[in-house]
Design a protein around this ligand. Sequence first.
Ligand code: ADP
Ligand code: ASP
Ligand code: MG
Length: 463
Amino acid sequence: MKFGGTSLDDAEKMKHVAGLISRYLDEGYELVVVASALSGVTDELLKMSRDASRADADVTGWVDKLFEKHIGIAENAVSNSDALNTVVKTLEELRDELEKLLYGIHYIREVTPRSRDYVLSFGERMSTPILWGSLTSIGVKTRWLTGWDAGIVTDSNYGEAKPFIELSKLQLKTRLQPIIDRGEVPVVTGYIAKSQDGSITTLGRGGSDYTATLIAAALKVDEVWLWTDVDGLMTADPRIEPSAKTIKELSFEEAVEMTALGAKRMHPRALEPAMEEDIPVRIRNTFNPDNPGTIITSKPKEPGGIVKAVTLVRDVGLINVQGFGMVGTPGTAARIFQVLGNAGINIMMISQTVSESNISMIVPGSVLMKAVSLLETALLGTGLVKDITYESDVSVVAAVGRGMRGRPGTAARIFKAVAEKGVNIRMIAQGSSELNISLVVKEGDCEKAVRAIHEEFRLGGSN
Ligand code: ADP
Ligand code: ASP
Ligand code: MG
């Protein structure tokens, strides 16, 4: 069971989650629990890591505020006084460690990817002991562990570190299984791990879901339950489209497509470990536990409609490479991708016109300018490329569903629906898997586009 930050961000929720865990233990389940940072805390830490290098940084003030928030929750969620003492001591130590770290960044006026991950690790390291304390207070036998203590080892690609799968699985099994066999519940920090040289890494945003499925695969569990604040994976983000409905059943490939395209802010690789071991993943609502949620399996029984969901990725940038020199010149695309690939920049979407004089790409917003300048350096003046332009205020809207495969006219319906709302489409792409059709629109139009497609395929309704 993995609990998202939205399920843990006040004392009542923390106690509710502890109660839920205890209820399933009473029913005879054997459990491993994974906890995220309280909602918003990872974003706060990210901001601190960025702002710490400023001359006017109020490091002590920020750290105190964060600490007080966690202490406040601990005091109300942990009723056993011994457990509370342990939790408070842990939080105090973490507070001091974080303060020193941020002052370090402040004095050298620089945050590196490695020190940023170190800062980001505090979210899960502060939330998990509180959940441990809350569980201990209601008589659950439990132990808390960091992702690295549990056995997850990654490469050193800070911010998006990749676990060494086999090694991590082996260690997770040998370290967690004995705890379970003793009748204790391991409570593990999501999102964070260590590299082989021992520095702290993060798995990428939404990485707690990934931690959970990795543990699940290592222990070959029966199911993974990702507890969140909505009933499951939905036909659209309910914050954008209020009529969005919970999808009862999805195949792994559809769910991977949806999450990679922004649904539920889940880590794009989070479903991989479960998919490889064929372990069903359920997405469920912490605050509505009687609802079965969405189940993701390799062989869903329900066929579903043509389009199952509409997703949205914000914070992306569009790059347009143009030049008649590219026409009929093999290897131009390869060259572009190589330049970006060498710099570790992930291309999220590509499209090329048949005339070959134009290639458009979508990259994460955070690396847009770096990508543009790399391409300018490598390609301008070569005679191949005349112009490189970019747009930073765009979003990707995608329609996802197995039913689109081999169904002519789906793209036409999508574009018509969006156009009829007066939204201009900047770029289009469809993978040959035909599992999704993605379009790029101006950021300001993106919610309108989501609603237009949702309506066209009548995805909404009462739950
Ligand atoms: P957690 O704290 O459980 O990890 P997140 O905030 O990461 O929760 O993700 C849950 C949120 O994702 C929901 O509250 C919802 O607003 C948003 N969301 C976006 N798209 C979808 C979707 N297609 N289905 C479900 N939730 C979605
Ligand atoms: N706390 C991390 C994040 O906000 C990981 C997670 O919540 O899954 O991205
Ligand atoms: Mg999340």
